[in-house]
Design a protein around this ligand. Structure first.
Ligand SMILES: [Ca+2]
Ligand SMILES: [Ca+2]
Ligand SMILES: [Ca+2]
Ligand SMILES: [Ca+2]
Length: 469
């Protein structure tokens, strides 16, 4: 170990000399250190046939980098977990070295997946598919180890199609997609029924919006935000909502066709405040500095802890000046400065030569983590596998974000590597970057067996990389 972990007056810090290399460790282990006896991490929901409702991440990290939530089919992480390798949600606390099961212990074939954690690490939200129940979103309070059902009191929830794709703010407010295929009768003023299968995009905030109590019993969370979103097709990715740390702003995928009633069927990224129960102002994020909406679909939005930055992926050719190559690239929009930058670029300025997905960004906008199939983002990426990359947008560390198109120096690193810098022998997926941790902390899933010593389970695991290679 070339860095020191120290517990000082109840707080936890990592002391790390500036010259030291980043370190990779495994997160999907039991409290006693046992490796998982089944897959952990990215995209397990696809095994349940519910994959198309999922935020394809499977891993999320608190702002300080201490708490990581992940989904897993392993049954040796928690005593009493004997549900025939159904998917469960686990919380790893790095400072304490503990792994606990967040989803309820069950012996039935239930699926709990798609976990997210609030920036302050106090709340976890996840998806639940339980026999006899409408799919629901649950919230777990870490301090009390209690659970509630987020969407119990959502108008129209009763008897209908359920809720998916959660995000959770530090006050416990949960944002989720409300998938709806019934009539419009249950919806309060402001909901827009499009007459076919889905309700149009509306957000709803606060208990005061809950005008029609659902018929389901159980403890309701209240304080939730719904994105009732029109999916263009049953198997489309969905809104993938993300929320700022204070819960005030949501970003999500939507169609201007439904939001602005135009003819554009390209999926765009939007942001909007959560303060209104009815139609509010939708801010188009995926647009060029001249205001043109993206000319190809945009996916995987993620809003920073502060709400200032939104990152997303798109193969659009008209968002920034310069060449495009048809691959999904990563963009950062600064909502304050009203700028858009492409960050899926090598240190030397080469555009990624493969698709890039699943970006997340630190609170100050400096670091962006994403996964990519590209082989040209760093030198030595020769293994032929999907990797996790981090873009440093303020390489001189002076607090001012830099713009390489103006000659500033920025850098791109690969973090899905071992502590000695070896590339993974299989692919890595779904990164989540800690919003405020220093040095940088990135959690991700990987099939690679060579990122840490002793990985002999033959299953996907969850890892964390601390620092940069
Ligand atoms: Ca289990
Ligand atoms: Ca690679
Ligand atoms: Ca700078
Ligand atoms: Ca493994």
């Amino acid at each position: 170990m070339s860095f020191l972990r120290m517990a000082i007056a109840g707080s936890w810090v990592i002391a790390m000399a500036a010259s030291l290399q980043g370190q990779t460790s495994r997160i999907s282990i039991s409290t006693s250190g046992a490796e998982g006896d089944a897959n952990s991490g990215w995209f397990l929901g696809h095994e349940t046939n519910w994959w198309y409702w999922q935020n394809p991440g499977g891993v999320a990290i608190s702002a300080d980098g201490n708490r990581i939530v992940f989904e897993s089919k392993a049954e040796n992480f928690a005593t009493g977990d004997a549900d025939s390798n159904s998917t469960d949600v686990f919380l790893r606390e790095r400072s304490a070295g503990t792994t606990i099961q967040v989803s309820p212990l069950s012996t039935s074939t239930s699926y709990f997946f798609d976990p997210v954690i609030s920036p302050n690490g106090s709340y976890v939200a996840y998806q639940a598919i339980v026999p006899g129940e409408i799919p629901y979103t649950a919230r777990y309070t870490v301090s009390s180890q209690t659970r509630c059902v987020v969407n119990r009191d959502v108008p129209g929830y009763d008897g209908l199609n359920g809720c998916y794709q959660a995000a959770v703010a530090s006050d416990g407010a949960v944002v989720f997609e409300h998938h709806y295929s019934g009539g419009s009768a249950h919806f309060p003023t402001g909901y827009w029924w499009n007459g076919s299968d889905y309700i149009c995009p509306i957000t709803e905030a606060g208990a005061s919006c809950d005008t029609d109590q659902g018929s389901n019993s159980g403890t309701a969370c209240g304080n939730s935000v719904t994105i009732a979103y029109s999916r263009p097709a049953e198997f489309s990715p969905g809104p993938s909502p993300s929320v700022s740390g204070d819960g005030s702003v949501v970003s999500f995928v939507g169609l201007t066709y439904y939001i602005f009633c135009d003819a554009n069927a390209v999926a765009q990224i939007f942001a909007r405040a959560t303060s209104s129960c009815t139609n509010g102002t939708y801010e188009l994020i995926s647009k060029s500095s001249g205001g043109a909406a993206a000319n190809q679909d945009c996916i995987d939005p993620y809003i920073s802890n502060t709400g200032q930055f939104v990152v997303f992926a798109s193969a659009a050719s008209n968002l920034v000046s310069g060449s495009s190559n048809g691959y999904l690239q990563i963009y950062v929009v600064d909502r304050t400065a009203n700028t858009i930058r492409r960050v899926s670029v090598s240190t030397g300025g080469a555009l990624a030569n493969g698709d890039c997905r699943k970006p997340s960004i630190t609170a100050n906008g400096r670091y962006v983590a994403f996964e990519s199939e590209a082989t040209n983002l760093v030198s030595g990426d020769t293994e032929g596998h999907t990797d996790i990359f981090v873009r440093d947008r303020d390489l001189d560390g002076n607090g001012t974000l830099d713009n390489p198109t103006l000659g500033n120096t920025v850098a791109t690193y690969r973090v899905s590597v071992s502590s000695s810098g070896a590339g993974g022998n299989q692919s890595s997926f779904g990164p989540s970057i800690a919003a405020t941790a220093s040095p940088v902390v990135v959690a991700f899933s990987s099939d690679a067996s060579n990122l840490v010593s002793g990985d002999t389970n033959g299953f996907m695991d969850v890892f964390v990389h601390v620092g940069l290679p």
